[in-house]
Write a protein that binds this ligand. Sequence first.
Ligand code: SAM
Ligand code: SF4
Ligand code: SF4
Length: 335
Amino acid sequence: MLKDTFNRPLRDLRISVTDRCNFRCTYCMPAEIFGEGYKFLPREQLLTFEEIERLVRIIVRLGAVKLRLTGGEPLVRQDIEQLVAMLAEVEGVEDMALTTNAFFLPQKAQLLRDAGLQRVTVSLDSLDDAVFQRMNGSRSSVQKVLEGIAAADAVGLGPVKINTVVQRGVNDHMLVDLARYCKDHGYIVRFIEYMDVGTMNGWRMDDVVPADEIVARIDAELPLEPIGKNYHGEVARRYRFRDGGGEIGLITSVTKPFCGSCTRMRLSPEGQIFTCLFAAQGTDLREPLRSGASDDDIEQIIRHTWGARIDRYSEERSELTEPRDKKVEMYHIGG
Ligand code: SAM
Ligand code: SF4
Ligand code: SF4
């Protein structure tokens, strides 16, 4: 099995299928930077579905068993369900999920399910419309997201997980409501510590609400108890409601980093692989793909890249006096 310098295997592949998005979340693609004139990747620079499938076959041979489609917003990539169908055929893939802002889920849920998608994760930062709109650049409404979640649930893309990025003073006053709503509807909410991904969101440590604080606040109203991981490399810390009605997760990337068990590789829309969410640069696979390299040649590049991997940014963050000034952007590799 392929392992990196810290003995971490390659188990998960996150595929960002587009750098475009119909939302402008302030922590990811702030509207003042990603305006009308922003130059996204031209179509010919994106990997085709056939190219993605070919890379997935190679990466699965090297040990990856879990796939997640992301973006940008994966549902703005035309005919995304065709890619899902192609990847569902790849032998060795045990799990395929997709992370979305839910805007197009009412139209797409059934198509995605029929194509072989197993689960969706939906991003929803607040149940309060004003707060939600402030965070996503006023591109949608809570009601619209809830309709998308219900559509996914109805076609069997559940249990739906909900991602909530927590920012102090922005949406942290409503976390208990969100936890209660998800508990009542059988959804699993995962609170994500706001991260210093990319270089454009003006992140400050003061904006982060530590996971322990989130748990304490919810526990005070809806008593919780910790539960174990579902599998090695699972990043969420899990808690269940003591009354037996479901669970929540915490993604503690800032206060309790989990680099030691990080088994994720990320593929960008234009065909670069990244071995860390905070990497400054990736390794290009598109050029070899388009200039006749064999599967074995490409496998060698991936082996070499993963084998040389030394990333542990979140563990190092606390030791850095200055944040890294060059990091890939979140909308580019999809979290
Ligand atoms: N557009 C899709 C969505 O929002 O679900 C998929 C891509 S988005 C980049 C993937 C996840 O990253 C979302 O759940 C989003 O909330 C999260 N995210 C984006 N920027 C973040 C940040 N600075 N800190 C923590 N999570 C972030
Ligand atoms: Fe778009 Fe998702 Fe980034 Fe929000 S978090 S801007 S929905 S890619
Ligand atoms: Fe993995 Fe990099 Fe995040 Fe650490 S900082 S958990 S190595 S992606």
